[in-house]
Design a protein around this ligand. Structure first.
Ligand code: THG
Length: 262
């Protein structure tokens, strides 16, 4: 399971402030903390308050790379902001993301090829977010077909069914779990599957419990990557335990310590 830390996101007020004031220590500390807690990669999003997202993305990438060498997941709806990040990254980046719209895919997949990046494809298009499994699979199939046209390896593609908050779309969660399972069958080798885990618990008062329960269910359905809060120790323990039960790790009495990566 690829763990992508979610905390360097300008949607958090204190991160937005650190970006605005170029407080490099705060950003580097957030990067180190997440990597030490087991993050394999870091999601980087300049957030809704950024006045100059291109300059902010460049600064974030450069600052974070001075503190850690994990790969970066460049999270923006704007291709020009992602490209600014790609120009600054030293290791292989993950582009977050393209929708299933043809123009968007052509722009983003050209960047994937040019920069030898990996890419997240979100099962949505201009007509909006799907509200059943069939629509999610149709959209994901379009992304897979287009990625193949561009010669992108399926292992470099992460399919995201779009995780709904449980208090908004409770009836969607089962459809999403089934979509994850079916996305894995769309091509060979199987594509990766990914969710933004904390979406599920937005606006609730049981965030950690919802996050870790969904994560274990999703892992059992073939989830291979998630953007999540690696500082939530119970969440990371649940993930290690789910992978143990699926026989991805060998049991020993101290398995939590053994598989806590760093
Ligand atoms: N798919 C993809 N990328 C994504 C998402 C996704 N990137 C962003 C997001 N979803 C994943 N990251 C987060 C980060 C934080 C929160 C949720 C998802 C979060 N934030 C608090 C909240 O909204 O309550 C903010 C609290 C604050 O303002 O301080 O929950 O799905 N491909």
């Amino acid at each position: 399971m690829l763990v992508i830390g979610e905390l360097i996101n300008g949607m958090f007020r204190d991160v937005a402030k650190a970006i605005q004031n170029r407080e490099v220590d705060i950003i580097q500390h957030l990067a180190e903390e997440q990597v030490n807690a087991g993050a394999d990669a870091l999601d980087i999003n300049t957030g809704p308050y950024s006045k100059d997202p291109k300059a902010d993305m460049k600064w974030l990438v450069e600052s974070i790379q001075k503190a850690t060498n994990v790969s970066l997941c460049l999270d923006s709806t704007r291709a020009d902001v992602i490209e600014e990040g790609l120009k600054a990254v030293k290791s292989r980046a993950i582009i977050n993301s393209t929708s299933a719209d043809v123009e968007k895919m052509e722009t983003i997949f050209a960047l994937v090829k040019k920069h030898k990046a990996q890419v997240i494809g979100i099962a949505m298009d201009k007509s909006g977010v799907p509200n059943d499994k069939a629509k999610r699979i149709e959209l994901a199939s379009r992304i897979v077909a287009k990625a193949m046209d561009f010669g992108i390896a399926s292992e470099d593609l992460f399919l995201d069914p779009i995780l709904f908050p449980v208090n908004v779309g409770q009836e969607q969660e089962k459809e999403i779990l089934e979509s994850i399972r079916e996305f894995r069958q769309l091509c060979t080798p199987a594509p990766n599957t990914l969710v933004g885990l904390s979406n599920i618990s937005q606006g609730t008062n049981t965030r950690s419990l919802l996050n870790r329960t969904f994560l274990t269910m999703a892992v059992a359905n073939g989830l291979t990557a998630a953007i999540l809060d690696p500082l939530d120790k119970e969440l990371m323990n649940a993930l290690i335990t789910a992978e143990l039960i699926l026989n991805k790790n060998i049991y020993c009495d101290s398995f939590l310590e053994a598989y806590r990566k760093r």
